[in-house]
Design a protein. Structure first.
Length: 99
């Protein structure tokens, strides 16, 4: 048997862990990018910050990279969690030492 069946609660817990990790990673990246800078693009915030000049000079490139980092970070988190579940399943299967 290549992959032992896991309890549904383990899979549900891994899914929830991934959702929390993906949201936390995305929130961190948005926080680091300073959410006031996109408001400058829309003309909502009147005062300019010096670091917004860099972000808003090429907004498609900057925010495209930001979106890519969010997606890649979420995929990496999914791979790490999947590996953890796979390792956990190997210990729970009770087939240690069998070939």
């Amino acid at each position: 048997m290549l992959a032992p069946r896991l309890p549904r609660s383990t899979l549900r817990g891994a899914w929830r862990l991934w959702v929390v990790a993906a949201v936390a990673w995305s929130a961190y990246l948005v926080w680091q990018s300073d959410v006031a800078c996109p408001l400058l693009l829309l003309g909502i915030q009147p005062s300019s910050k010096p670091w917004c000049d860099y972000q808003n000079a090429e907004p498609i490139i900057y925010y495209g990279w930001l979106l890519m980092k969010m997606v890649v970070g979420s995929l990496v988190a999914a791979l790490i969690i999947a590996a953890g579940v796979w390792i956990f399943a190997g210990f729970r299967s009770g087939t240690a030492g069998e070939n």
